[in-house]
Design a protein around this ligand. Structure first.
Ligand code: ZN
Length: 602
């Protein structure tokens, strides 16, 4: 059993900056993909002739909770139109994916796992009572076909076998039928065992493989947490063991792993695919829910407040395929890209740079983060993530007002009908913690409320900026859950064009970012002074960041990576200062679209 259960979109509502972020998303690409992108607009899932595999379920997986969190009737109606079409196409034996009967053997059933998960999300949001039977029949048919040998797992379905467990767990809770446990066992037995691939993670290659694929790995981290119950296996915290290897050999300052698009080592000029950010966040949400261990929530915050906003434009119309920690330019590579297996446009901000998976899949990241703000177990409620949100159930009404992670004060208003215990998770970096003005050093606050009680709780703590050691003798600056970078001023070059029948037109065009300021710095003093600006309309604004850090730097002869003039050298060629100390204002990594995040300290 999970330590904590999730609430639904009927119970949690985003507030403050988080609501504004979701509203920007709804006005941007996520909220309009069905109008502008052929693979959604004319998908085979709804009777069209375009992609009929992962893209519609990926998009719905984020679009649906976004629509319900914002109570946007137009988006809810558009989601239902897709769901109705998908339900109408289900065959009498339960098969639901858009392929001819004689093609099932060669159809990669990753899409079966994904649509079952997406339908589960739809049920949790809409309460549509048609859905449980539909998922039951999808899984029953999947079990029949796998058990009989009519189909087997291969490629993505084999690599992502655990993705089916969101739906399996949901249906098992309702019917408790043993064939679901048999299906769980078949999936694990036929699925990829990532424990056998860890030797490959320690020496990344310019070679595309399923078992070093960064999105598969992001998804896989939750596999034990979501599957051990159905498999009657003991939970061993295997994710921690794998996380340690990944961090040691492919880590970045913001908690993602390099993968462009398979594991890429410790270089600040190797990228990470956006799908991996979204999936790793989702894994950490499940790992926290399963274990209640704060480390997973803290790691989730690092991704959500740094890696996610960094790789999507302020208006949320464009995104990168790959983000880099030291990213001095986002310009097309005229010849061989820096990436190990990705194309030369992977770091541009655009509609579908390199490949369209992220276009459909990044939509889930912010909505599912919002849904993880509060969790519950029996009559205990926890504020798992310190993000501005409101919880309203039949029994409790909790409002959290805060500008965290940009500021560290929190006002809770808690009102209950029946008695509950209310807990607040405090981050490990918090210093000088006060609760209603009283100092405490608890790592989890706990309040017992009696029936009918209304309580106001004011929490505050400090977060101190600090230098963090990185490989190659480099340093990054971190303050609380935010990582800071030297921002690089840039010009945007808009690219409007059509390729393979897909139109790029403002606001869903591509952009190259061309640097116009210096980037070749080393930290040269211990000065780290936090400057708070207040949170603007765009929370992670690239022009008006909510918080900055003043630091002392000196120019060095950093140099370029061999063969490139738009990629800095992986390690600076010289650490000798070339001039006097200058003061720079560091931006949050998520606000700095061009940036230097890992630099020497001299
Ligand atoms: Zn992707």
């Amino acid at each position: 059993m999970n330590k904590w259960d999730f609430y639904t979109t009927n119970e949690i509502k985003p507030a403050g900056w988080l609501r504004r972020q979701l509203e920007i998303q709804a006005k941007g690409l996520s909220g309009n993909l069905d109008k502008i992108w052929p693979d959604i607009r004319n998908s085979a899932w709804i009777g069209g002739d375009k992609e009929g595999w992962e893209r519609v379920p990926y998009w719905l997986d984020g679009f649906i909770p976004l629509a319900y969190l914002l109570e946007n009737d137009d988006m809810i109606a558009r989601a239902k139109k897709y769901i109705d079409a998908i339900l109408a196409s289900q065959k009498t034996d339960g098969w639901i994916c858009p392929c001819a009967d004689n093609e099932r053997k060669t159809y990669d059933t990753w899409a079966v796992q994904l649509i079952a998960k997406t339908l589960t999300v739809y049920y949790q949001c809409s309460g549509d009572e048609r859905i449980p039977d539909v998922i039951y029949n999808v899984l029953k048919n999947y079990h029949n076909m796998l058990k009989s040998g009519e189909i087997t797992l291969f490629d993505w379905g084999k690599a992502r076998w655990f993705e089916a467990f969101i739906a399996i767990n949901f249906i098992y809770e309702r019917c408790k039928e043993d064939w679901l446990k048999d299906l769980a066992r078949i999936l694990k037995d036929q699925g990829l065992d990532y424990n056998e691939a860890t030797a490959l993670w320690k020496r990344p290659l310019n070679r595309w493989r399923f078992d070093t694929h960064i999105v598969n790995i992001g998804m896989m981290l939750k596999s034990e947490a979501v599957s051990c119950g159905m498999l009657n296996e003991e939970y061993t915290d295997n994710a921690e063991k794998l996380h340690k290897i990944l961090t040691e050999h492919n880590g970045t300052p913001v908690g993602i792993f390099t993968g462009d698009e398979c594991l890429s080592g410790l270089s600040p000029v190797q990228g990470t695919e956006l799908c991996a950010v979204a999936e790793q966040m989702y894994s950490y949400e499940h790992l926290f829910a399963a274990t209640g261990e704060s480390k997973w929530a803290e790691r989730l915050e690092m991704l959500a407040f740094n890696a996610l906003p960094a790789t999507i434009s302020d208006d949320m119309w464009t995104h990168q395929y790959d983000q880099l920690s030291n990213q001095i330019a986002c310009e097309k590579f005229p010849a061989k890209p820096i990436f190990r297996t990705n194309g030369g446009e992977s770091h541009l901000f655009g509609l579908e740079p390199n490949y369209g998976c992220c276009t459909a899949n990044f939509n889930q990241a912010w909505p599912k983060l919002a849904l993880s703000a509060f969790m519950h177990n029996g009559d205990t409620v926890i504020n798992a993530l310190l993000i501005p949100a409101e919880l309203k159930t039949a029994n409790e009404h909790i409002i959290l007002e805060t500008n965290y992670p940009f500021e560290n004060s929190f006002k809770y208003t808690v009102e209950v009908k029946e008695a509950i215990t209310f807990k607040i998770r405090i981050p490990s970096f918090a210093k000088n913690l006060t609760v209603n003005g009283e100092t405490t050093d608890e790592k989890e606050l706990s309040f017992d409320l009696i029936a009918g009680e209304k309580l106001e709780i004011n929490v505050a703590f400090d977060a101190t900026p600090e230098f963090i050691d990185r490989p190659h003798g480099l340093k990054s600056v971190k303050c609380g859950s935010l990582v800071f970078s030297v921002p690089i001023k840039h010009e945007k070059k808009m690219l409007e064009y059509e390729r393979d029948g897909v139109e790029r037109k403002f606001p869903y065009c591509d952009y190259e970012l061309i640097p116009v300021s210096d980037w070749n710095y080393a930290y040269s003093s211990n000065l780290l002074e936090v400057i708070k600006n207040g949170v603007a309309e765009v929370p992670f604004s690239s022009v008006n960041p909510p918080v900055m850090i003043k630091a002392g730097v000196k120019k060095i002869d950093w140099g370029y990576e061999d063969g490139y003039d738009t990629v800095c050298a992986k390690i600076p060629e010289s650490r000798e200062p070339m001039g006097d100390e200058e003061e720079v204002l560091l931006y949050p990594y998520g606000c700095a679209k061009l940036r230097m995040t890992e630099i020497p300290k001299i």
